[in-house]
Write a protein that binds this ligand. Structure first.
Ligand SMILES: Cc1ncc(COP(=O)(O)OP(=O)(O)O)c(N)n1
Ligand SMILES: Cc1nc(C(=O)O)sc1CCOP(=O)(O)O
Ligand SMILES: [Mg+2]
Length: 196
């Protein structure tokens, strides 16, 4: 699995960042109309195909099927409504969010392409009911899930990302650190270096 996992809130940053060598990208759109989400997924898919990057569509599994995407990310609430049979029939891989043991047990029963654990550190992106998981929890999750890839998310910076990878994560997912960087391209290069 790719060690650096870039998540953006819209398709626009992908135009600049994917050509830098980012190979795993999540489009995490909130609060847009369905037609605009459809447009953004279509553009993101074209950019990722051109640069041989893997696009992961967050939440919108129905549109992912409709638009011929091959990877989605689902949280625990998304899992309530997702049609896993339809996803499997369409050959779409899925990654699942987890925050505690109950969620991990549930998620593993779906045989996901990866398990995400968060928030590793405090995040300013969204209000969360879980305290920061910390590095020991990363190691514990990896021990439990074995060969299933582990994605760590929440409050990550390049410095923290290196420690999280060392603790056992296979991949580090990042939103705010790049979204709010003065120079997102420069910051992305830094991440790519840290993730080797
Ligand atoms: C890689 C990764 N991990 C976790 C999440 C969070 O998913 P979810 O809990 O469904 O929350 P939203 O992102 O939809 O607000 C994620 N998107 N990606
Ligand atoms: C979207 C999201 N989900 C999380 C989880 O724990 O499931 S943490 C998180 C925010 C990650 O963004 P940032 O890099 O901005 O902290
Ligand atoms: Mg979700």
């Amino acid at each position: 699995m790719q060690r650096f996992y870039l998540i953006t809130s819209s398709v626009e940053p992908l135009v600049q960042l994917v050509p830098l060598g980012v190979k795993l990208v999540q489009l995490r759109i909130k609060n847009a109309s369905e037609s605009d989400i459809r447009r953004q997924i279509t553009v993101a898919k074209a950019i990722c195909e051109k640069h041989t990057a893997q696009l992961v569509v967050n939440d919108h599994w129905g549109l992912a099927i409709e638009l011929g995407c091959d990877f989605v990310h689902l949280g625990q609430e998304d899992m309530e409504t997702a049609d896993f049979n339809a996803l499997r029939a369409a050959g779409i891989q899925f990654g699942l969010s987890t925050h505690d043991q109950t969620e991990l047990d549930r998620a593993m029963s779906f045989d996901p392409a990866y398990i995400a654990l968060g928030p590793i550190y405090e995040t300013s992106l969204k209000k969360m009911k879980w305290a920061p998981q910390g590095l020991n929890r990363v190691a514990e999750w990896k021990t439990q899930i074995g060969q299933t890839p582990l994605v760590a998310i929440g409050g990550l910076t390049p410095e923290r990302g290196a420690k999280v990878l060392q603790a056992g994560a296979d991949s580090v997912a990042v939103v705010t650190d790049i979204q709010t960087a003065k120079n997102p391209a420069e910051r992305t290069r830094e991440w790519l270096k840290v993730c080797g």
